[in-house]
Design a binder for this molecule. Sequence first.
Ligand SMILES: [Zn+2]
Length: 165
Amino acid sequence: MVQDEELLVAVLNSAPIEDGTRTEELDGAAGRELALRFGGTGSPAELRRLRELRDALHRVVRDHDDPADALGPLLADAVLTPTVTSGGIRWEPRTSPDDRLAVRTAMAWSAVTEELPGRLRACANTACNLFLLDHSRPGTAKWCSMAACGNRAKARAHASRRRSS
Ligand SMILES: [Zn+2]
């Protein structure tokens, strides 16, 4: 598993659509809880940075925007510093505490893109705002979850087949 993979997926999936309306989970108590779970500060400034980064990642992953345009400006001030141990070198972002989680999320996106190319995708349900990181061997997963979107799509396909026959 890529470092901070869970953080990346949690941030990407923090604006789910419920009853046709886009909701915001990187805000208020829910946002604070998410940030603290991953070692963030939970401050309003941190959540604002995370929302900006999430929206940029949505454009990159779903709309295939140029990452240099979408992410570059958000990372302009990021600096990595090495911690050398007997196990190797660990690179950690040196940022203000409120920026750290957003930088870690961007680094996780980068690692996933390199190590699992093509496996991070938007849910195939266009009315869904969630993403999936496909760890299946064939790599053909289409839905954020079978329960939420897969079964519904299958039911629709079945109904339209019945209508057309
Ligand atoms: Zn979905």
